[in-house]
Write a protein that binds this ligand. Sequence first.
Ligand code: FAD
Length: 480
Amino acid sequence: RRALVWFRRDLRADDHAALYHALRQSAEVLCVFVLDREILDALPRADRRVEFILDALTALNEELAALRPGAGLIVRHAVARAELPRLAAELGVDAVFCNHDDEPQALARDAAVKQALQAQGVAFFSHKDHVIFERSEILTGLGRPYGVFTPYKNAWLRAVDAFQLRSYAVARHAAALAALPPHAGRVPGLGEIGFEPAGLPELLRGGSRGAARLFDEFLARMDQYDRTRDFPAVKGPSYLSTHLRFGTISIRRLARAAHARMQGGDHGAEVWLSELIWRDFYHQVMHHHPHVVERAFRPEYELIEWEDGAAAEALFKAWCEGRTGYPIVDAAMLQLNQTGYMHNRLRMVVASFLIKDLGVDWRWGERYFAQQLLDFDLAANNGGWQWAASSGCDAQPYFRIFNPVSQSEKFDAEGRFIKRYLPQLAKLPPKLIHAPWLAKPLELQACGLQLGRDYPAPLVIHEQARTRTLLRYAVVKSRA
Ligand code: FAD
């Protein structure tokens, strides 16, 4: 039997469910990645994610060749739903293996590919790989999906065992990897597929090898995660989200390490594992409630009237460009625009600011993050935005409104993070940096700063915005 493994958001060769099953069940296995024109053609011509993918494909190609000399990755630049059936016929395979992708568009694509393959007499197998527990694997005692995170997490921790966290021993079966057919296609350069360089941070280069390096580095400080993770100027989190998004590292490997340390009493590891469980949680929310992709999880939140028209567009543009006059918000948006990453605490702060200080529909912010984030993940991004808008599954209550100044004072007390992205504020002392508009003109002058010239005056006054937001959300209260 001859099989084809179709890589998508799982760009590594080790501990890979579909590759493992294909190798075990087939005499010969070929591997393919399709640079899907249905996705790529809609993107701006400079997109860091495309650079990340090409880099990861180069590493994957090398990984496959290291498993079996002569093996490698077939790379096609085409429409995946048409290319897969065509390629299956061209290569004469009996089966196509891949890993689940539960995003609605991916499910529709896979259903179409499966149908076309089956019409050709080719089997289609899909496996769980991207999360530890998926779909309906964790349900309440009544067989319903969980709507609150903590009980979900407790059930997750009760259910997890060595089997769920095992590694798929791909190398043991590597003899079944077939040599690349002649003219199979190599990993193209950015220009060959119509893209320009966008600037992939060095930290994220190297595909699965780069991911393993980052993880090793994080392992040495995982025990401090609970104390460091909220401070954006500190190297607290793992920075593994992009690798998790594209599967350049196995979630089982990460969860296994954190779980083992947690059992040894490591609180940092326990808190980090909780974040990985949030990831599973949001994936199962999207599976059970696919309407969240377009609408509020809680229907009454659809009644909220957001700011609209030119005024809303101007507020939104200022937020996108980091010109709100709130240094912590602006520095965070510049981090996103310049690097494609934003610290988790800041994602919460800027999301809350857009929704509850500027009164802009959370979907606008969600869309902007989806364009900019290297680690953009539909389920996690939607979950994060609906959490901030209070409309989501286990979201913060609507009357809880982050004060951007106190968030800044608490999590970037010295203004170290702010100064990294807003060098014009470098001379402001900690007591002025969080709300420069409150400084006396002489104090600003002493720091060489003029509001309105060097840095914007605030777009809104938080206390007034807070009152407007409570009124805006009153419609929810009356329906709840
Ligand atoms: P770490 O702190 O090291 O966490 C480890 C991993 O756990 C992350 O890589 C991620 O896979 C997962 N994780 C952590 N927090 C969450 C969470 N709240 N929800 C789901 N998974 C989580 N995360 C994304 O991966 N993609 C997104 O598009 C995304 N959009 C977000 C939007 C908003 C408004 C908010 C508030 C959060 C969003 N998050 C998103 C969650 C979180 O901010 C990022 O996962 C995290 O900042 C990534 O950095 P890290 O890898 O260093 O995280």
